[in-house]
Design a protein around this ligand. Structure first.
Ligand SMILES: [Zn+2]
Length: 208
């Protein structure tokens, strides 16, 4: 299944969750967006070549990394206390330079490190965990750990922290069910999928 289909299914699950929680129109928009993004997350494990076709292009990931770096510099200058002003500007500058130099293969890893650094700097637990998720995904092989129950549990943990941070009902379920919808769409439950997903890694490599 391609990225667009995964986003569409994830967004639909976000919409269903919003209805269950009787969300306001704005909240519904947020939940639909989060469901769509979550529906794409398991495929952050594809290698550089595949990643170009399925999900994010090199240019997009590079721009995001540069934007995070730039925002961190601006935020540090205006909001940071004397001590973390320098470290914030430093982390931001390193991200800007690295994302301009590093090859496509390492772009996702750099983004993961940047998101972890940003999370530590902004003291947001979900952002730190999301950075760790991106880092791990950039190392593991395609359709392995991000497509397993272990991946679901880890992403669910990120979603629970995000719900607390946003203070919005339904965030946890929109993210979690959006993520699970990707695994179902990739599994042998659908007759069109010849390959399944290794749901019980690392205990078993059987494909479901
Ligand atoms: Zn997938």
């Amino acid at each position: 299944m391609n990225g667009t289909a995964h986003v569409a299914i994830g967004a639909a699950t976000g919409f269903i969750v919003a209805n269950q929680f009787s969300s306001t129109p704005t909240e519904t928009l947020v939940l639909v967006g989060l469901g769509g993004v979550s529906g794409l997350m398991p495929d952050l494990d594809v290698d550089g070549k595949l990643r170009n076709r399925i999900t994010f292009s090199h240019k997009v990931i590079q721009s995001v990394a540069q934007l995070i770096g730039l925002l961190m510099i601006i935020y540090s200058i205006y909001e940071g206390s004397a001590a973390n002003q320098y470290s914030g500007v430093g982390i931001g500058a390193v991200m800007l330079i690295l994302s301009s130099l590093i090859k496509q293969k390492h772009m996702l890893m750099i983004t993961g490190i940047g998101v972890v650094a940003g999370g530590i700097f902004l003291q947001e637990a979900w952002l730190i965990l999301l950075g760790v998720f991106i880092l791990v995904a950039s190392y593991v092989s395609h359709r392995s750990y991000t497509h397993s129950i272990l991946g679901v549990i880890f992403f669910g943990f990120i979603a629970s922290k995000l719900e607390i941070s946003l203070g919005m009902n339904g965030v946890y379920y929109a993210c979690l069910i959006g993520y699970i919808s990707h695994l179902i769409a990739d599994s042998k439950l659908l007759p069109v999928n010849k390959r399944g997903i290794k749901l019980f890694l690392p205990v078993s490599s059987k494909e479901w």
